[in-house]
Ligand binder design. Structure first.
Ligand code: 3Y8
Ligand code: NAP
Length: 251
């Protein structure tokens, strides 16, 4: 059977997989939700936009004769991942989640682990600080419950509406980021605390290493639970699952 993949993308891992699949001439399409204005150019055909829930995804799989579904979305894209489990089961299309391991605190780190976004908001109770809220755009409004802080925000696209936080400065930047750049950024803004999702991977890790270098405390948001599914944590494991040898680029 000739493979015909649908890769749910939006991460560094998805981009690395897309390159490996293109290098091997594997027929595949990379899917984006349409959260950003100009997603990174890819070496595979892309599609942009939701499917219309799990049934919509199942219909897409059938109509496009998809043979394999790879969920390479971000660990916090829990709804998409849940829909992928349901649609794969409904259509008997094999599913593999390509996900990166969570970050782990090192001995001298000062992490305040919280279970979810509400926990992160609660963790910011207390006197005014200078907080680097490196969560993107979608969850900013929740932090209006802690207006006493001065916030540094990093967004992929320029905001189209006023920011929901009274004292906030937004920089517009798309990762992956680098440690020296994030150290300089946090120093320039006299950051005293970082709030981050436990995204894992390399593309968002710079700020964690930068906070470590500056000995700053981190409010670390744990990943949401996702229904059980087979997982891989490297491009080569995905290629092996597809019946291909290791990628020629060793990615
Ligand atoms: C639309 C696709 C690639 C993928 C690159 C990774 C790395 C750089 C770091 C910080 C944290 C954050 C955010 C982040 C990173 C990678 C990866 C990653 C974090 C793009 C992209 C899409 C998105 C969506 C966007 C969210 C936001 C989250 C910014 C493309 C660039 C904070 C997550 O404005 C918005 O609506 C943005 C929304 C979901 C989280 C949020 O709640 O706001 N990602 N990010 C995907 C789609 O449409 O399907 O534009 O090219 C992809 C990447 N962002 O190919 O190299 O793999 O994680 N993305 C977090 O991790 O906390 C930034 O500033 O340090
Ligand atoms: P989510 O909350 O899990 O999904 C919400 C809805 O968005 C899904 O039900 C689906 O709509 C649509 N969707 C999500 N990902 C999609 C994809 N790759 N292709 C097509 N439709 C998709 O997702 P999210 O957290 O908003 O993340 C959206 C995208 O940003 C994903 O590609 C993810 O990998 C990327 N991303 C997210 C984060 C983050 O922090 N959440 C970080 C980096 C990158 P329907 O129900 O209509 O199908």
């Amino acid at each position: 059977m000739t493979a015909n993949l649908l890769v749910l993308g939006g991460t560094t891992e998805a981009s690395a997989l897309a390159q490996a699949l293109a290098d091997r001439g594997v027929r595949a399409c990379l899917s984006y939700a349409g959260r950003t204005q100009t997603p990174r150019a890819q070496p595979l055909p892309i599609r942009i936009g939701g499917f219309g829930g799990p049934d919509g995804l199942a219909q897409y799989l059938r109509e496009n004769a998809i043979t394999h579904l790879v969920d390479a979305t971000h660990p916090f894209a829990a709804q998409m991942s849940g829909h992928a489990v349901l649609a794969a089961a409904a259509t008997n299309v094999p599913l593999l989640a390509f996900e990166r391991p969570a970050w782990r605190a090192e001995p001298d780190d000062s992490w305040h682990d919280v279970p979810d976004m509400a926990g992160a908001v609660a963790a910011l109770r207390g006197p005014a600080e200078r907080v680097f809220l490196a969560l993107g755009r979608m969850h900013l409004a929740a932090f209006a419950a802690q207006p006493q802080h001065t916030y540094l925000l990093r967004l992929v696209d320029a905001p189209t509406a006023p920011l929901p936080l009274p004292n906030a400065h937004a920089i517009i930047a798309r990762g992956p980021f680098d440690i020296q750049g994030d150290i300089a950024l946090m120093k320039a803004h006299r950051i005293t605390k970082l709030v981050a999702k436990n995204a894992g991977g390399h593309g968002a890790a710079a700020k964690i290493a930068a906070a470590r270098a500056l000995r700053l405390p981190i409010v670390m948001i744990a990943r949401p639970a996702i229904a059980p599914r087979p997982t891989a944590d490297s491009v080569d494991q995905v290629l092996a699952w597809l019946g291909h040898g290791a990628s020629p680029r060793g990615v």
